[in-house]
Design a protein. Structure first.
Lengths: 116, 111
């Protein structure tokens, strides 16, 4: 069974440029998460989807970040415009359950973003 | 909001030694997850604990959730270089189904 797929693995951009990350969750997993992990920190949730619906986006900086999961499968996270402080690893995770309770989240390898 | 404190922040051990990593929560734990992360990679699920007093083992790694459900420990017996990485504990934040993580413990195992 294929795991969570993310692309690109690495991205270097100049500040004020846009950037997009793509995630393909494990087949059949209806819940998808985007996390941001700063250096030396644990992942922090940005947004959680249940199928197509964003059920928790309270931590998503909506002035510059956007996300979508149009068909309830793949998801895209976008930053426009990027700032220096956005440099981090962006992780995607999925689970078969409708929430975090009782089921492990499977993580992708992440996209390492560097904003110069 | 719930906070998880992990100790130690980093640990260097000689191959074959035992070690323990702790995760302390500011609130009651309703579900505690242990993950391992290697540099440049995503998180790998190790174990999940839900009941006070629960203990689970996988190969040489044992995790426990204390009776009062505010602390968990991860114990590695006879460590190997393959155990090296960052160990993260995560907990479900009550009422939100949101998983919050500690900052991680970086483990180095010298051959």
């Amino acid at each position: 069974e294929a795991g969570v797929v993310q692309s690109p693995r690495y991205k270097i951009i100049e500040k004020k440029q846009p950037v997009a990350f793509w995630c393909n969750p494990i087949s059949g997993h209806n819940t998808l998460y985007w996390y941001r992990q700063n250096l030396g920190q644990g992942p922090e949730l940005l947004i959680r989807y249940e199928n197509e619906e964003a059920v928790d986006d309270s931590q998503l900086p909506k002035d510059r970040f956007s996300a979508e999961r149009l068909k309830g499968v793949d998801s895209t996270l976008k930053i426009q415009p990027a700032e220096l402080g956005d440099s981090a690893v962006y992780l995607c995770a999925s689970t078969a359950d409708g929430g975090a309770g009782g089921y492990e989240q499977y993580f992708g390898p992440g996209t390492r973003l560097t904003v110069t | 909001s719930q906070e998880l404190e992990q100790s130690p922040q980093s640990l260097i051990v000689q191959e074959g030694k035992n070690l323990t990593i702790n995760c302390t929560s500011s609130k009651t734990l309703y579900g505690l997850y242990w993950y391992k992360q290697k540099y440049g990679e995503g998180l790998i699920f190790l174990m999940m604990l839900q009941k006070g007093g629960e203990e689970k083992s996988h190969e040489k790694i044992t995790a426990k959730l204390d009776e009062k459900k505010q602390q968990s420990s991860l114990h590695i017996t006879a460590s190997q270089p393959s155990h090296a990485g960052i160990y993260l504990c995560g907990a479900i934040q009550g009422g939100s189904e949101k998983l919050v993580f500690g900052k991680g413990t970086k483990l180095t195992v010298n051959p």
